[in-house]
Design a protein around this ligand. Sequence first.
Ligand SMILES: [Fe+2]
Ligand SMILES: [Fe+2]
Length: 307
Amino acid sequence: MTATQHPPVEHFILHISDTHFVGGADRLHGSIDSDANLARLFEDFSRSKARPEAIAFTGDLADTGDTDAYERLRAIVEPAAAQIGAQVIWVMGNHDTRTPFRKVLLDSDAGEKSVDTVTDVNGLRVIALDSTVPGHHHGEISDEQYAWLADVLATPAPHGSVIALHHPPVPSLIEPNAFVELREQARFAEAIRGTDVRAVLGGHLHFNTFSEIGGVPVSVASATCYTQDLNVEPGGMRGQDGAQGFNLVHVYGDRVMHTVVPIGEFSTVYEVSADQMQALVSLPPEEASAAMTKGVGASASVEPEFA
Ligand SMILES: [Fe+2]
Ligand SMILES: [Fe+2]
C-alpha cells in the first residue's frame, strides 16, 4: 500500500471540556452522572492504547465550584493520566471557583487570582488562559492578562503555542447566549495575530464547533456531561443526555488536526483486527484494495479476505 504522504505527528493532546462535576451525591440537573461519563471516556479511550502527551480540560470542571467535586475529578483523572503518561492541564470555566480549583487541582493556595498557566509539552507550549469573571458567566481577559500573554508570546516556543481557554472566541450560534460569550474578541484576535499560536481550544458551548480568530483556527470541544440540542426552535435551548464526546488534537509540523470522538458504545458494523490490518498493508496496492472491498464492505461476520 502507498505510504502516508504526511510526516509523523509531533504532538498529541486530548481535549476534554465541561465535565460539570456536582457537589455531594446529587446528579447534574437531576439526571446526569457527570463522574460516570468521564470515567467512561477514559475506560473507552484506554482501549485505543494511544499515548497523548497531555490532557487539556477547557473549563466548567465543577458545576458550582464545590471542593468535593474537584476532589472526585482529580481522583478519576490523575490515575488515568498516569496510565497513559500524559500531563494534565486544567483551565478555569465560569462554573468553577478559583480558590478550590487552585487548592485541589493545582495544590496551590494562591486564591482568587486568575489561573493562567504555561505548560511545556515537549516543545509545544500550551497556554491556559482564565477567561472567567468571578460571579458572572460571560468571559473576559483583563489588561493584566493581555500584558502577561504578550510577554509569554514574545518568545516563540520550539513547536509553537496552543491557547486553551473556556470561553471560545467565536460567534454565538445560539444568539441569546451572546451575553455569556467572550467579550472584546477583536482584542483577542490582535493579541494572537502573527504570533506562534497555532490553535485555540475552547469549551463552554456544550457542542462542537470550529472557526478562526486572528488567522488562528479555533476548535471547541463539546461536553462530557450533557450537550446542547441544536435542532431546537431559534432562540431556544435544550440540554440533552447524548452526543457527549471529546477531541483528539494532533499537531503536525505544518498543521493541527482536531478529531471529535463520541463517548459511549455503539453496535459493530465491521471489525478488522490489528493483525489483519497489518496483513492488508503489506499487500501490493491492487490486492489490498480488492481485499478491502471484499472483506470490510460486507458485514461484521465476514472474515476479511486479506486475513
Ligand atoms: Fe459548561
Ligand atoms: Fe461555561
